[in-house]
Unconditional design. Sequence first.
Length: 230
Amino acid sequence: MPDPHWTIPVARWSFWPAAASAAPDIGFIEPMTRRRLSTLSRAALKVAHDCSASVPAVRVVFASRHGELHRTTDILHTIDAGKTVSPTSFSLSVLNTMTGVFGIVRGDRTAATALSAGNETLGYALLEAHAQYATDASTPVLLVYADEPADPAYGPVEDDAEGGALAILLDASTQTGRLQCARVTDSAAARPAFASQCQAVQHCLDTHAASEWRGEHSHSMWRWCWHEGA
């Protein structure tokens, strides 16, 4: 089977670093809901809004290795302590919390997909977004990736996420460039400097320089290249 490679039309993109000193601006969400959101969902909603505020309807592909694991862990600690779990905390602890809040805030009932694929989550999310857009280009596809390191209670995690959120809007009618993606079987290649796929993709989008990533025990190399214009 040949190594998969594909190209997506990038209309706009946004990145929010985990190390940002200020909290993400999500003033487009009403205060009651805003107060209940986790750090992860706030970052995801901020970049999602940056890319889609002027778009009437978008299909969302949300990707996260751990999702709302910190909230779930807090719930488990609460149960272990014999206390009552907040219904709100429970309802906001699922992987795709962000997609539900996003759809409600926008009044957008367009389909949303959530996925998780270990340390290769972003790479496969890019493939899913491409597949959806290639199947039907009538509605833009919004890819949102957001993650944060797992709670120390779970022990060491291989190639764990460093945190942050990235959104990419796929829309050929307003594209500014194309992101070429590939997964290549290459076990002999040296491991690139990027610690995560998110770092590598963000570097490619920001600098327009090609980037690569390979997991610590992976036999496949992920590669991204930027091409200007249509």
